[in-house]
Ligand binder design. Structure first.
Ligand SMILES: Cc1cc2nc3c(=O)[nH]c(=O)nc-3n(C[C@H](O)[C@H](O)[C@H](O)COP(=O)(O)OP(=O)(O)OC[C@H]3O[C@@H](n4cnc5c(N)ncnc54)[C@H](O)[C@@H]3O)c2cc1C
Length: 462
């Protein structure tokens, strides 16, 4: 036995004292924690610990820090960039059982939750109070994972991302100390903003154990619509003009003709053609919703959009948005046995047309299947490159395609990741995006908070 495996065995033995049967070394459980929803090679952790309290998280981190053993926080494992793969072994710390909603404050419109709560479970509990939490990735992600990846979704154009909707955190540092960041006020100018530092830190700086979230009132009137276009350029120009005119759409999502064909087949959407399409939603009063829809209808018509199909009832709206949220699964259904590598650039709105039409050309030249779908209201879109696991040649072409799309995005003043994060796969773009000096600052922060490098090692920083 080498020194490394002796350290791991000692840490597991000490952790077993804390977790009892909630610490598992069973191969099946380790397999479930060997990767996320991405194409990276799975790596088994040495053990999986299912936390129930902050105290347990703190004790586990103190143990692993003392023994120099890696800890990889794990929410629902839906991340797409290799974030949860424990590629240096160690303990996968599963937080999904810390899933209580601890407080809902209707008067202040905020709540306090444990990290394992999913946004679907949170919203199901809030509905009767007339409140909702708007950040909605198309997966059954946990709030802790969404904080750690600075996630967003279809509502971000109106309500913002996790960055705007997290008021404060409780988090455990690598050595086991518990810190509280932020608070319940809507603004604060007090001290460094540790909440924003931890949002998007991908489990590399601390383990999040409580989250205080902003909530919103369910709008008086909600209307959804679908509009189809002759060409992709017309759909994208409609988005740009809508935002530049200041029409406060709640959701504006683009699907190219390949993605639309996939969604029609997968979600049995009837009455639509496989053409570039915008899915829209308007929130407000009856009058303001009608006004927004009319203004957008005029812009769409000027860019070749036709056949506004309305979904006013909740059931019809749910069907539409479920189809949009299932776009990833619809895309993988195009090639049986495949999975998707999802590009994720985000550019300034004025550069969206060049970014999307350029990506479309790159996809055609690559010979790969890669439907385009996007939260275009934020300038963010994805190409889901469909690849069969094990097809190394196709995978190499997929990486090359992603690099071209990212390079164009960066040249247009954008970012390599609008919402999925860096994980393993996007580390190579960080320096080009942020510069060497900013990267040095990031490394200094990592060294200060996690000097032994036990928290999710090898992720985010190149
Ligand atoms: C079909 C599909 C659709 C998706 N759509 C979207 C989308 O619209 N928008 C979007 O932003 N993302 C989307 N994603 C990506 C993914 O769902 C998000 O990144 C999500 O936030 C991950 O949450 P999770 O609970 O699954 O976290 P995990 O995958 O378990 O973990 C993600 C990262 O967070 C860390 N982490 C997890 N919990 C904690 C914690 N409590 N404390 C500290 N670190 C922690 C992990 O170590 C890891 O680095 C999609 C994924 C799929 C499969």
């Amino acid at each position: 036995m080498n020194a490394g495996s002796r350290r791991v065995e000692a840490a597991i033995a000490a952790a077993r004292e804390v977790f009892g049967e909630r610490l598992s070394t069973a191969e099946a459980i380790r397999g479930q924690h060997s990767r996320g929803e991405d194409l990276s090679r799975p790596v088994l952790p040495d053990a999986v610990a299912f936390a129930a309290t902050t105290e347990e998280v703190s004790r586990l981190l103190a143990i692993c820090n003392a023994h120099g053993v890696p800890v990889v926080p794990f929410g629902a494992g839906t991340s797409l960039e290799g974030h949860v793969t424990p590629w240096r072994g160690g303990i996968s710390l599963d937080l999904s059982r810390m899933d209580r909603v601890l407080e809902v404050n209707e008067a202040d419109m905020d709540c306090l939750v444990e990290p394992g709560v999913t946004r679907q479970a949170l919203n199901a509990g809030l509905r009767d109070r007339g409140l909702f939490f708007p950040v909605d990735p198309g997966s059954h992600a946990t709030i802790g994972g969404m904080c750690a990846t600075r996630a967003s979704g279809t509502n971000a154009v109106r309500y913002g991302t996790m960055r705007e909707n997290v008021l404060g955190l409780e988090a455990v540092l690598a050595d086991g100390r518990v810190v509280n960041t932020g608070g319940r006020t809507r603004k604060s100018a007090s001290g460094y903003d540790l909440t924003r530092l931890l949002l998007g830190s991908e489990g590399t700086l601390a383990v999040i154990t409580k989250v205080r979230l902003r909530l919103f009132g369910i709008p008086e009137a909600i209307s959804a619509a679908v509009v189809q276009f002759e060409d992709l350029g017309g759909a994208v120009r409609t988005v740009i003009e809508t935002l530049q005119c200041g029409i406060p759409v709640a959701r504006i999502e683009l699907l190219d003709e390949v993605q639309m064909a996939a969604c029609i087949a997968y979600s049995r959407l009837e009455g639509f053609a496989a053409r570039p399409t915008l899915f829209l939603e308007f929130h407000g009063t009856e009058a303001s919703v009608a006004e927004q829809a009319e203004a957008l209808g005029g812009i769409a018509a000027a860019h070749g959009g036709s056949g506004f199909a309305w979904a006013r009832e909740q059931e019809a709206r749910n069907r539409l948005w479920e189809a949009r949220h299932n776009a990833y699964w619809a895309a993988t259904a195009l090639l049986p046995g495949s999975r998707a590598y999802t590009t994720d650039i985000c550019v300034p709105i004025s550069a969206l047309e060049e970014a999307i039409l350029g990506a479309k050309r790159d996809i055609e030249e690559s010979g790969l299947t890669a439907p385009i779908v996007g939260h275009v209201g934020d300038g963010n879109f994805h190409a889901a490159i469909i690849v069969r696991p094990g097809d190394e040649e196709a995978l190499a072409r997929a990486w090359a395609l992603d690099r071209r799309i990212v390079a164009r995005g960066l040249a247009l003043g954008g970012t390599c990741s609008g919402e999925h994060g860096i994980g393993i796969h996007k580390r190579e773009f960080l320096e080009a995006e942020h510069g060497a000096a900013a990267l040095e600052v990031m490394r200094a922060i990592k060294a200060a908070l996690d000097p032994k490098g036990i928290l999710n090692p090898g992720k985010l920083l190149p």
